[in-house]
Ligand binder design. Structure first.
Ligand code: SER
Length: 868
């Protein structure tokens, strides 16, 4: 049997032998081609060469191109042959050769390499293409009645604006058993009997935007053979979903499922292959263009996952499986694996959250619906609010006998676009939010002063109150924003999170949740007024949560120490790329081109902890920007600093421009521990760390873990590692022993079964139920083959709650009893399918209680065959 990977290889190598250059598959995103959304054929990357607009490096090339076609999206899964993603094998000539060679080579590959019998092949050509007819008939020797002339619909290939021409297709006749059975069934029929598998396009014209054809100066060849389709033919499979690589993915999906539904398995197999490749090519799910195609594919997969009873997130592991299966042809999948998985999982998480609520809403809508039609407006709301693509709503509705007003949906969508457009022009894109605050500063001259470097508590007068986005004079309990003339509250900035705390007096109590500075010189406290009525002009006391602030201070100082330590250990190229200072941990992103080694991480930890125990003072000073740079302060990012800047320095250690709050002495940090080191972008690393009590807890937790592991191993923590190595070695040894024992056991069992073999027409026949899993059964079969010398065996088992069967025939008997055909009949009794080689076949079934019946039926069948 040819696997998909082998067929791909054979094809490319065949054309390489004929002088073609093998090129890698291009991206699914067509480069520099605004007329196409996605790469849907092998010739797409070569359009400029066919048109003579660009000169190719090679005039004869061959590729296996990843393709995506979404026209038949709704048919995927319903039929056995529709898919969105597929691989297309092709050979191309840009003015090098034409019909004669293209036809001859295709014929050679099909009949001599793939060895498809000539009498099964049919050819179609374009109506008046006598040249093609002559070549097929005279030069190749295909009989006249096997060459069928068809019209433009079938035998003229075009893809919108671009190169095009008449084509000739090679079809295989799979026999009357596969088709519609009509008397006039022919190669022109749409049924499954005659399957087109290779399209040879004779590129001769250029089609313009108006649909006019212009002859091209240079003629070309573009051929395309669907890899999945030819694999199905070569592997004798009815469906592209049964070929080796697709089956592997489909089986993985089945393994996740708790319900049976072949349509859903096929939808997920196809769609997620497509989505995995889209992610690999850099497409991100969105509401437009390719992103929308991707979103639909992912969301349909998730919904079909629900139909299969799959619990929880599954796209990540499925993508890993797909990457693994497809990696032979596309090794870039492996290097992009992390990115692919994270893009898919993010979309899955996003959708999972909205799907549940959306489904509920759709149920309500259907229940409330009078005429079994969901209005366009409702469908749009589902789309807008719950992320339900229209197609998904329609699909669910259709399953339940409802329809959706799709025209109404389109209208609602357009109306929203209009609204968004006018909203943008009115307020200026994204300026909306700053609007009210800018007004307060510019028109009312309001500013607030930050007093929090020195104080944790202080009086402030209410200058403005904002409720629901508007300035008000007074407000009662509820969510509000307050602006004071003076405040100790630190507004989120420079990576440091905001303070929390309270603002109030005897009667008023306002809980501060977030503090921002949306425009310069304005500090906005957002929170909840729990008690009282607040009025502009009120004198209140603002007080921050000092425990939280101290933690922020410690962690902020820690980032400066970490920065200094990294420059010492890794080198001066280390530059801060971002940071987060929170009370419970800190994050520091920096430029460095490779992962840190464990040794480097430990060195940095030691360096920071040394700086902590040396208890350096931390000082802040305001000075002019130039003075700061002269003093050697590290300027972060490329931010524009005001004339006067603040420099935070730890003399002898570091000096940075920084507006944050800090510990007074490094000793206050207590202890510093890195918890992770990772990559966030090319050349940018991220360290996460903890200080103070959190760091102590972290170390204690790790020590506890080690102690508990050691205890389980019955060793001291010092000896645990060695003990573990021993345990693992012992485990391997046991596994080996177990294998030997099992083999011996099976050999004995084989002997016993062979001794009890029945004699049918002079042939030894074993038909027995055994208590073994599939692997043991295989061993048993090996034993039986030996013991019987010549004979037939049929085994069944119910191990693991499933029916498993194995059939074998020794070489001298395969003509009389074909194990593959036998097993197919046997497995069918237990609700299964399968097949296999004439001498050995395995199959499963979902009804274990039918095993005895199936074996009985198998025995009868063997008897019939032997007597027959
Ligand atoms: N472009 C043609 C097709 O897609 C042949 O490659 O069928």
């Amino acid at each position: 049997m040819f696997t998909v990977d082998q067929l791909r290889q054979m094809f490319l190598e065949f054309f390489q032998e004929k002088g073609h250059k093998i090129l890698p598959s291009a991206s699914l995103i067509p480069k520099g081609d605004p007329t196409l959304l996605l790469t849907g054929a092998g010739m797409v990357p070569f359009k400029p060469y066919f048109l003579g607009k660009k000169v190719p490096e090679h005039r004869m090339v061959t590729t296996c191109q990843r393709c995506l076609r979404t026209a038949d999206l709704d048919q995927v899964g319903v039929t056995a042959r529709h898919g969105t993603f597929f691989e297309m094998l092709g050979n191309f000539s840009f003015g090098a050769y034409f019909k004669k060679e293209a036809i001859a080579w295709a014929w050679e590959f099909v009949t001599e390499r793939l060895e498809i019998p000539r009498e099964k092949l049919w050819i179609t050509i374009y109506l008046d293409d006598d040249e093609a007819f002559e070549i097929w008939n005279r030069e190749i020797g295909v009989p006249e009645d096997r060459i069928v002339r068809l019209g433009k619909e079938d035998n003229f290939w075009e893809i919108g604006v671009g190169p095009c021409g008449p084509c000739s297709e090679i079809h295989i006749d799979r026999g009357p058993g596969h088709g519609c059975g009509r008397e006039d069934c022919s190669v022109a029929c749409d049924c499954d009997r005659f399957l087109e598998f290779w399209n040879l396009v004779f590129i001769q014209f250029f089609q313009d935007e108006e649909g006019n054809y212009h002859p091209l100066a240079q003629k070309g060849i573009d051929t395309g053979m669907g890899l999945e389709r030819i694999a199905a033919i070569m592997q004798g499979k009815e469906s592209i979903f049964e070929i080796d690589n697709m089956r592997e993915i489909a089986s993985f999906v089945e393994g996740l499922a708790s319900k049976e539904n072949p349509v859903s398995v096929r939808v997920i197999t196809d769609h997620m292959r497509a989505a995995t490749f889209l992610a690999s090519d850099g497409v991100i799910p969105s509401n437009e263009g390719r992103g929308y195609v991707m979103r639909r594919l992912i969301r349909r997969s998730i919904r079909h996952g629900k139909l299969l009873g799959i619990e929880g997130l599954f796209l990540g592991k499925l993508a890993e499986k797909i990457i693994h299966v497809m990696a032979t042809g596309y090794s870039e999948l492996l290097t992009r694996q992390d990115k692919i998985v994270s893009v898919l999982v993010q979309e899955e998480e996003r959708f999972a959250a909205t799907l549940a609520t959306g489904l509920e809403r759709l149920e309500e809508l259907m229940a409330a619906c009078q005429n079994k039609e969901i209005s366009g407006e409702d469908a749009f709301k589902l789309y807008d609010t719950y992320g339900f693509p229209l197609e998904l709503t329609s699909e669910i509705a259709k399953e339940r006998g409802y329809t959706v007003d799709e025209a109404g949906f389109a209208q609602a969508m357009e109306e929203q676009r209009q609204r968004a457009r006018s909203a943008r022009t009115k307020t200026g894109y994204l300026d909306n939010e700053a609007g009210i605050y800018a007004e307060l500063v510019n028109q009312n001259g309001i500013t607030s002063k930050f007093t929090g470097y020195e104080n944790a508590k202080g009086k402030g007068r209410v200058l403005a109150i904002i409720k629901d986005g508007e300035a008000v004079e007074e407000a009662g309990p509820g969510e509000l924003e307050l602006i004071l003339d003076e405040t100790p509250f630190y507004a989120e900035s420079g990576g440091q999170v905001a303070d929390q705390g309270t603002i109030g007096n005897g009667q008023i109590r306002f809980q501060v949740k977030a503090v921002r500075s949306p425009v310069e010189n304005l500090i906005v406290h957002r929170g909840v007024l729990e008690e009282g009525i607040v009025t502009v002009g009120d004198e209140l006391v603002a007080e921050i949560d000092t425990a939280r602030r101290s933690a922020n201070c410690r962690n902020h100082t820690a980032t400066h120490l970490l920065h200094a330590a990294l420059r010492k250990v890794l080198g001066e190229h280390v530059e801060q790329a971002g940071s987060l200072v929170a009370p419970d941990y800190l994050r520091f992103d920096f430029k460095h081109f490779k992962a840190m080694t464990q040794e480097e991480i430990e060195q940095v930890e030691r360096k920071v902890n040394d700086l902590i125990s040396e208890n350096h003072p931390v000082q802040a000073e305001e000075m002019s920007h130039d003075e700061a740079l002269d003093s050697g302060a590290v300027a972060l990012f490329t931010e524009k600093y005001g004339d006067v800047v603040r420099v935070v320095s730890i003399p002898g250690v570091s000096a940075e421009l920084c507006g944050g709050t800090h510990a007074e002495h490094t000793g206050q940090l207590g202890f510093f521990k890195i918890t992770s080191e990772s990559s966030i972008a090319a050349g940018v690393r991220r360290i996460e760390a903890v200080t103070g009590k959190a760091a102590t807890l972290k170390v204690q937790e790790e020590a506890r873990l080690l102690r508990e592991m050691a205890q389980k191993l019955n060793a001291s923590p010092q000896d645990a590692l060695e003990k573990l190595a021993q345990v693992l070695e012992r485990e391997q040894e046991l596994a080996r022993k177990l294998e030997t024992l099992e083999a011996r056991l099976m050999a004995q069992k084989a002997k016993q079964l062979a001794a009890e073999a029945e004699d049918i027409q002079g042939v030894k026949v074993v038909a027995a139920e055994v208590d073994s899993d599939a692997a043991a059964m295989k061993l048993l079969a090996d034993g039986l083959r030996e013991e019987l010398g010549s004979g037939i065996a049929l085994l069944g088992s119910r191990k693991g709650g499933k029916a498993i069967f194995l059939a074998l025939a020794t070489a001298d008997l395969v003509e009389r009893v074909h194990a593959g055909k036998l097993i197919k009949q046997v497995a069918a009794v237990a609700g299964g399918g399968g097949g296999g080689r004439p001498d050995l076949a395995q199959a499963g079934g979902k009804n274990p209680e039918k095993v005895p019946e199936a074996l009985e039926k198998g025995r009868e069948e063997i008897e019939k065959l032997l007597r027959g």
